[in-house]
Design a protein around this ligand. Sequence first.
Ligand code: BGC
Length: 428
Amino acid sequence: MRLQFPEGFLLGVSSASAQIEGGELDSNWNDWYRQGKIKDGSNPAVADDHWNRWREDCELMAKLHLPIARLGLEWARIMPQRAQPDEAAIARYRTELQYLKELGIRPLVTLHHFSNPMWFERAGGFTRRENLGDFISFAQLCAERFGDLVSDWITINEPNVYATNGYFYGSWPPGHRSFSETFAVLENLAWCHIQCYTLLHETRRNMGFTDTMVSFANHLRVFDPENPKNPIHAAAARLSEYLFQGAITEAMTTGVFRWPLHNRWHLQTGEYCDFHGLNYYSRSTVRGLADGVRKNSPRNDLGWEIYPEGLVRCAETLEKRLVRPIWVTENGTCDNHDAFRARYIYEHLEAIIHSGLPFERYYHWCFCDNFEWIEGESARFGLVHVDYATQARTVKRSGMFYADLIENGGVTDAAYEAYVKEEAYRIE
Ligand code: BGC
């Protein structure tokens, strides 16, 4: 065996409702499309049509032997109008969750993954404290209606990516550019996470369950100075790291709010995660306040550096803050021709297994190619190819490799030879 997984280490896949389900919803991403803001013009109403093809997708997951899968609940579907839940949507999600369980696949469910109903967005979304109760009501409803089927929860996906793209760079909905709004959103999401952490535990405890696991999916990058000997580069790297992920990680995990975040609610400090949910993709090379990519480094098809060791470095910073099991809630790459994904998976898993850190689960991003936010359909991250015209699914070579890893509890020499050995990255 070339790489043996430890006993109990689980491999699964990750997804988000707005990226796979499709459907003409009154949500911020459907609206962003209608405003012509998706680079390749693709429509999230198409996506993978998973809302209709969920059974086929679950069966394909089972065929690949997946024991765990992360999926999202779409707020704009469950609450198309404020305070008016759609019972048919709830029933449909319950059927899918039940079916996953029948197939032996344990769900990890996300409450918020970048998408909002427009009634919430129009009211100012997460910038306004008076709106937060609407999200908490949605979370409470989900806890009550799905709590019997789901023990593992992600409250909020990547608060830093959501706030930075939507409110700092303005490239995502709602397209604002404001330092104060960015940090208001972060602060408010941290508060929401802490409320959801408590309510999910309480609601499930009242149902008689004691196995609830709650966290958030934390997008962490490595920030390294372009020239480590240059004090400006070094200071800029530290500042970017702190503003993008350090302060928010501390607020979300322990309720300690430091500048530029403020604890406006006098929340109690505590320990607000049962595991570290780590989403890891890449490293930023820093010389000023804008991110760069290291020269002569392996790149994916979006130009992101491929840097497996970074996953371990990010996990180390989390463990220093709070000792918890680590679930990699997302890791994957844009590889439009499936030319290096198997190597990418192999190298990231190798870094994980050799790290000695308490990694328990790895959810690959993503199961099927899907709607990649402003990149649309043209950035492919899936283990399964999707033909958007016919919605045909075809397992890629990397998908077969992944199934082989699960079946064998590690990377056999034969799998390495067959899938990884010949693959190479593009260096730029
Ligand atoms: C997000 C996913 C996204 C992935 C790849 C993460 O930031 O959570 O929704 O598809 O990165 O860009």
